[in-house]
Design a protein around this ligand. Structure first.
Ligand SMILES: Cc1cc2nc3c(=O)[nH]c(=O)nc-3n(C[C@H](O)[C@H](O)[C@H](O)COP(=O)(O)OP(=O)(O)OC[C@H]3O[C@@H](n4cnc5c(N)ncnc54)[C@H](O)[C@@H]3O)c2cc1C
Length: 409
C-alpha cells in the first residue's frame, strides 16, 4: 500500500504522539482538533517516566534540560507542618504545557486542523470517512480516536461505555516562583510534599518552568470526596445561578466556593500546603473518573489515550499511556508491513490489557479517599494498613512497591 493515511481526531497529547509516530513509518496524517485556541493552558503537572522520554526522543523532540525537574523525595507533613516521614522516592516531574508545545511545534502545521470537530464517521471495509462540524469530510485508511474521556467516536460505537465518577474531585492550582513563599522554596521546589487528612489527600509537586528562562513552578492537588448528585452540581453553579453540570470553567467558580476551600485548607491541611491553596490565583476543580473500554479497536477505528481508558491521576501516567498506545500501534503497523487488520488485532490485545491494569492500580491508590462507610470493614482494614509511608511509596509513575519498580507499560 502506498502512503497509507490516518485521520486523527483530537489534537492533544494522544493525537500528537500518534501523528508524529505514524509519520516516522511513512504514513501521512491529518489531525482534527475541535478547540480553536492553544490547548497549553489546560494542563498542569506531569508525572513522567523513562518510557515517555524514550518516545519523545524517537519522535526527535529536543528535551531541553529545563523540561524536567528532579523530585528528590516524598515527604509527609502532619497537620502542624512537622515532617512525619520521608521516603527516598526520586523521579522527574515536567509540565503538561511544555511537553504539549514541544510536540505541537515539531508537527508540520499543514497536518493540524484547529477548530474542526468530528460530528460522525462511516466505515467501509478498508476505508473510513469522517464528517466534520464545518461541513467538510475526509477519507483515510484508519481513524484514530484520540478525542479524550468524552470521546465522540466512542459514543458512536460503544455508547454503553461511560466514565464512572470516582466519588471525589481534585482541586488544583499552579503557583509561579514569585507566588509561593520564599521560605518554602527549598521544600516545595525539590520534593513532593504530602498530607493525608482523614478521607482526603493533598500534595504539592514541583513543575517544570513555563519556559527555559523561568523558575520552577509548584502545583498543589487536593483530592476531596464530593457527592455527585447534590454537592458537585452545587460547586459547578456560577454566581448568576447558572448550572454547568459537573464541570465548570475555573473563572466561573463562585467566590464563596473558593473562600470555603481556603477556610477548609487552613483547618485541615499542613500549613505549607494550605499556604499554596490560599495563594493560588485561580483554583481549578476537576471531577475524577474511571473509564474502561472493552476494546481498543472497532473496524478501522483505533482508540488511544483517554478515549479508551482513564486511570485516576494517582499513577501520574495518563500522558505516558497515550505515548505508549501510539508507540504500540506504530510498531504493530510497521511489524505487519502495514497490514492494518493484523496490526489492529495486535494493538487491541496489548493495549487493552495495559489500560485495564493501569485503571485497576489507580483505583487501588485512590481507595483511601472518601468517607469511611459504617459497614465497610474491608476499606477500614485497607486504610489501617496503608500508612502515609506506604502510600507515598506507591503513588506516581515511578512507584516502587516492595523494592520493585512498578512497570506501567
Ligand atoms: C488532576 C489530574 C492530574 C493529572 N496528572 C497527570 C500526570 O501527572 N501525568 C500524566 O501523565 N497524566 C496526568 N493526568 C492525565 C492526563 O492529563 C491525560 O491522561 C492526558 O491529557 C490524555 O490525553 P488525551 O490526548 O488522550 O486526551 P485529552 O487531553 O482529553 O485530549 C482530547 C482532545 O480531543 C479533542 N476533541 C474532543 N472531541 C473532539 C471532536 N469531536 N473532534 C475533534 N476534537 C475533539 C479535545 O478538544 C481535546 O483536545 C492528570 C489528569 C488529571 C485530571
Amino acid at each position: 500500500m502506498d502512503n497509507p493515511h490516518a485521520l486523527i481526531i483530537g489534537g492533544s497529547m494522544a493525537g500528537l504522539f500518534a501523528a508524529h509516530l505514524l509519520r516516522t513509518i511513512g504514513w501521512s496524517v491529518d489531525v482534527y482538533e475541535r478547540t480553536a485556541g492553544d490547548l497549553a493552558g489546560r494542563g498542569a503537572g506531569l508525572g513522567t517516566s523513562e518510557e515517555l522520554f524514550a518516545v519523545m526522543r524517537q519522535i526527535g523532540v529536543v528535551l531541553e534540560p529545563t523540561l524536567r525537574v528532579k523530585v528528590h523525595s516524598h515527604i509527609c507533613l502532619d497537620r502542624f507542618g512537622d515532617i512525619a516521614c520521608e521516603v527516598p522516592v526520586s523521579h522527574l516531574s515536567s509540565a503538561w504545557d511544555r511537553l504539549y508545545r514541544a510536540l505541537k511545534r515539531a508537527l508540520p502545521p499543514d497536518c493540524f486542523h484547529a477548530g474542526v470537530g468530528l460530528d460522525t464517521f462511516a466505515q467501509e471495509e478498508h476505508r473510513v470517512t469522517a464528517f466534520f462540524s464545518n461541513g467538510d469530510s475526509a477519507r483515510g485508511d484508519l481513524l484514530i480516536a484520540a478525542d479524550g474521556v468524552h470521546s465522540v467516536v466512542r459514543q458512536h460505537v460503544l455508547p454503553e461505555i461511560e466514565p464512572r465518577y470516582a466519588g471525589y474531585v481534585a482541586w488544583r492550582g499552579v503557583l509561579v516562583a514569585a507566588e509561593y513563599p520564599a521560605k518554602l522554596k527549598e521544600l516545595l521546589s525539590r520534593h513532593m510534599v504530602f498530607c493525608f487528612p482523614e478521607g482526603e489527600q493533598a500534595f504539592s509537586v514541583p513543575l517544570a518552568p513555563a519556559d527555559s528562562a523561568s523558575s520552577v513552578r509548584v502545583q498543589f492537588v487536593w483530592f476531596r470526596p464530593v457527592d455527585y448528585v447534590n454537592e458537585l452540581p452545587e460547586l459547578c453553579t456560577d454566581a448568576n445561578g447558572i448550572k454547568h453540570g459537573v464541570a465548570i470553567p475555573p473563572p466561573l467558580i463562585r467566590r464563596a466556593v473558593i473562600e470555603r476551600l481556603k477556610a477548609d485548607a487552613k483547618a485541615r491541611l499542613a500549613p505549607q500546603i494550605a499556604e499554596l491553596v490560599m495563594r493560588a490565583k485561580q483554583p481549578i476543580l476537576q471531577a475524577i473518573y474511571d473509564l474502561e473500554s472493552p476494546r481498543m479497536t472497532y473496524g478501522r477505528v483505533a482508540f488511544m489515550g483517554d478515549a479508551a481508558f482513564v486511570a485516576r491521576p494517582h499513577v501520574g501516567a495518563g500522558v505516558t499511556k497515550a505515548a505508549l498506545d501510539a508507540e504500540a500501534l506504530t510498531k504493530a503497523l510497521s511489524d505487519s508491513g502495514n497490514d492494518i487488520d493484523v496490526a489492529l488485532a495486535s494493538y487491541d490485545r496489548l493495549r487493552t490489557a495495559a489500560g485495564k491494569q493501569m485503571v485497576e492500580r489507580a483505583r487501588y491508590l485512590g481507595s483511601s479517599i472518601g468517607p469511611l462507610l459504617p459497614n465497610s470493614e474491608e476499606t477500614r482494614k485497607l486504610r489501617a494498613w496503608r500508612t502515609p509511608e506506604i502510600m507515598m511509596r506507591e503513588i506516581g509513575t515511578t512507584a516502587v512497591v516492595d523494592g520493585e519498580r512498578i512497570d506501567l507499560s
